[in-house]
Structure formats: structure tokens, C-alpha cells
Design a protein around this ligand. Structure first.
Ligand code: ADP
Length: 162
């Protein structure tokens, strides 16, 4: 049983994240989308809301699960007996941070590999941050996120305004 953990804030989950998950299911028996609580990043959605949005997005994908985690990623990976951590690489700008994280995680625990996946080219410019910005400014985010995420964004931003 080969398990991969896909950690992130997923604030919110986008079609770019989904693309990475779909690619990973071809390589692993089990993929766990692990929603980091990330409270210090002041996310738009709570970790429970982000988890619900991921659950809905992966519905019908038999070997994909979703979970939340707090604390060190390396400890979570060990608890799940996973062999790999997945990260997405969109552009050179992602590389420096991801490289540092991957090597630091290897220092903390040598028993798993970090695997980088490149999304479909149309998603290389996509990030949760930019999706939130477009939604806040009233733009149409439907090409970038699953329909239920678009609905949740509209609802969440409406409460922010009141
Ligand atoms: P972070 O963990 O930095 O908060 P995110 O939750 O936004 O980042 O994303 C989790 C992982 O998914 C990161 O490795 C990030 O590079 C990757 N990712 C985000 N958006 C995309 C995308 N459009 N295509 C491919 N990978 C992506």
C-alpha cells in the first residue's frame, strides 16, 4: 500500500489542487489531502470549512481521503505510514520555498520522499490567493474552482462585507 500526503492550506481548494490529486492517484494506492490548520495565515475559511470543501471535491475518487492536521508535517506523515509528500510546482517562484521545505523535512525524517507535480499548463497561474482576490473584486472564478467552492466563496465574502 503506497500512501502519499498532499498537504496545504487549501484556502480554498482549486482546480489546480484537484489536478495534482488526479495525477497522484495514478501513482499511489492512497492519497490523503491534508488540510493544515494554518491559523497564523488568517485563512478566509476555517480548517473545518476547508476540509468540507475538499471532501466535496474528491467525492467519487475511491483512493482519495481528506483530513486536517496541526503541527509538524513529518509527524503527520509518520502517523499515516506514508511514503511520500506531494507538492505542486507551478513556476520557478515556487521552487525556492519548496526546495527549502523538502530538504528541511528530509533532515527531520529521512523515511519519505517529497514529490513535485506540475499541473496542467492552464493551471500554472492559479493560486488560492488569486482566486480570493478575483472573487472579492466581483470577478467570475468558475474556470478556476469547482462549483461548490465558488458558491462557498460568494457566501463567505458576503458575510465579510456585512
Ligand atoms: P500552502 O501549502 O503554501 O498554503 P496551498 O494550499 O495554496 O499552499 O497549496 C498546496 C500545494 O499545492 C502547494 O505545494 C502549492 O504549490 C500547490 N498548488 C497550489 N496551487 C496549485 C496549482 N494551481 N497547480 C499546482 N499546484 C498548486
Amino acid at each position: 500500500m503506497r500512501t502519499a500526503i498532499y498537504p496545504g492550506s487549501f484556502d480554498p481548494f482549486t482546480n489546480g489542487h484537484l489536478d495534482v490529486v488526479q495525477r497522484a492517484t495514478r501513482l499511489f494506492d492512497r492519497v490523503i489531502v491534508a488540510v493544515a490548520k494554518s491559523e497564523s495565515k488568517h485563512p478566509l475559511f476555517t480548517s473545518e470549512e476547508r476540509l468540507t470543501l475538499v471532501h466535496e471535491a474528491i467525492r467519487g475518487m475511491p483512493n482519495v481521503e481528506a483530513d486536517t492536521f496541526d503541527g509538524l508535517l513529518v509527524e503527520y506523515v509518520q502517523r499515516q505510514s506514508a511514503q511520500a509528500v506531494l507538492r505542486g510546482l507551478r513556476a520557478i517562484s515556487d521552487f525556492e520555498f519548496e526546495f527549502q521545505m523538502a530538504l528541511m523535512n528530509r533532515k527531520l525524517n529521512e523515511n519519505f520522499e517529497t514529490i513535485f507535480m506540475m499541473p496542467k499548463d492552464t493551471y500554472t497561474f492559479l493560486s488560492s490567493r488569486i482566486v480570493k482576490e478575483i472573487a472579492r473584486l466581483g470577478g467570475d472564478v468558475s474556470p478556476f474552482v469547482p462549483p461548490h467552492v465558488r458558491t462557498a466563496l460568494a457566501a463567505q465574502l458576503a458575510t465579510e462585507k456585512t
